[in-house]
Design a binder for this molecule. Sequence first.
Ligand code: ZN
Length: 152
Amino acid sequence: MKFKFSQRSMARIETVDDKVQALCHLALDRSPIDFAIVQGRRTQDEQMRLYGKGRTAAECMKAGVPTAYAKPKEQKVTWTLKSNHLSGRAVDFAPIVDGKIFMPDRPTAADIAIYKQVADAFKSAAAELGITIQWGGDWTRTKDFPHIEMEA
Ligand SMILES: [Zn+2]
């Protein structure tokens, strides 16, 4: 095996659905680029805190999110309160490039090509396991390059 998950990645993987766990391990084996798992299952409270990023107190209140979580000056990181991260069907990955976690704020075409190599490894692993996944980089509304989710 060329790559091995860190303890931190493993702790996150252990929070998700068994099939998604198997997917992560097989994807790492198939990937030409090392990667970390930076997000696994979220609690509803964690999701509400993330929802507050890039939103005003009024927007939070409208969505039923505590207004204290509003952080209008920060970059928006999620578009929903019903994320598949809540059900343990989603993970976020980060490529590891030159020994460092790769998380560009605004990915360039070259950055996206790096994400795609890992996403392709997830896709071939999913095909081998007989499960259907979506990569956030394929979404047309808002792209979410680190995001992988298993369809219900
Ligand atoms: Zn995600």
